[in-house]
Design a protein around this ligand. Structure first.
Ligand SMILES: [Zn+2]
Ligand SMILES: [Zn+2]
Length: 98
């Protein structure tokens, strides 16, 4: 009986753990790809520098680095960065948590 319970738990929870681990691996790969990009383009194709000095939208602390990366102080990921033409370049990582 105990074996059946263990088997049930493995079959019930196992796939969820595997899917979760796979999602984490893909998220990390996407994070690395995005953080390698140094220039993004707004909808009007203006280049927007991604590496520089930023202010965190959540804790308002200034930091140097990648504008799409997590804030080194609180881990917040900016939704997007402003282009001088007033459009927003949306951060492809915005929906990924810290
Ligand atoms: Zn912050
Ligand atoms: Zn623009």
């Amino acid at each position: 009986m105990r074996v059946l319970v263990i088997l049930f738990v493995v079959v019930a929870i196992g796939p969820a753990i595997i899917v979760d681990a796979l999602a984490r691996v893909l998220d990390r790969r996407r994070l690395r790809q995005v953080l390698r990009t140094r220039v993004a383009r707004c909808d009007a194709q203006h280049p927007v520098e991604l590496v520089g000095a930023w202010t965190c939208p959540s804790c308002h602390a200034p930091f140097e680095g990648h504008g799409f990366g997590p804030c080194p102080h609180c881990g917040e990921v900016a939704y997007g960065l402003p282009c001088p033409c007033s459009r927003i370049v949306v951060n492809p990582l915005a929906e990924i948590g810290p």
